[in-house]
Design a protein around this ligand. Structure first.
Ligand code: FES
Length: 160
């Protein structure tokens, strides 16, 4: 999903839409996530003012919930399934290969911001295990070779 670059006045307008809602902080945070793909540090004073909270309280909420990213998302997200059905047919080897191949651990983003690697526990594609998702596309029966070909065709040349 394409996200807009952080923009303070746009963020203020989004937050304003939730200001009168009871318990509006959480929906406002989700609104910012949907729009920008993360919650910029610059949103903290905007949210604090709108919901009459201290900056520390807003910051505490953002950091408490892991759903709220605090950095812009990578251009591409690679998700490798590590749940049982995939594990039974080699997902752990594939997970190791994905980490080596992208030179990332799960939960990390490449320094250039191009690709993030995540582990997930079932992509609903168990019949075609091992499963991988690249951005919003699902792939099945992925082995190391297919993974590398997928990276070249989706994330781009030079990766891995
Ligand atoms: S266990 Fe991997 S897709 Fe369901």
């Amino acid at each position: 999903m394409p996200y807009e670059a952080w923009d303070e006045s746009r963020a203020t307008a989004i937050v304003e839409g939730y200001r009168r809602e009871r318990g509006g902080l959480m929906p406002a945070l989700h609104g910012l996530m949907e729009h920008f793909g993360y919650v910029d540090e610059g949103a903290v004073p905007i949210l604090a003012l709108a919901f009459n909270l201290s900056r520390a309280e807003v910051h505490g909420t953002i950091t408490f919930y892991r759903d709220f990213r605090r950095e812009p998302p990578a251009r591409h997200t690679v998700r490798v399934c590590r749940a049982e059905a995939c594990q039974a047919v080699g997902a752990e080897d594939l997970a190791d290969h994905a980490c080596r191949s992208l030179a990332l651990d799960f939960g990390e983003t490449s320094e250039d911001g191009e690709v993030a690697l995540e582990q997930v526990f079932c992509l609903g594609n168990c019949a075609l295990s091992p499963a991988v998702m690249v951005d919003d596309r699902l792939y099945g029966k992925v082995d190391a070779d297919r993974f590398d070909r997928l990276m070249v065709s989706t994330v781009g040349e030079g990766r891995p």
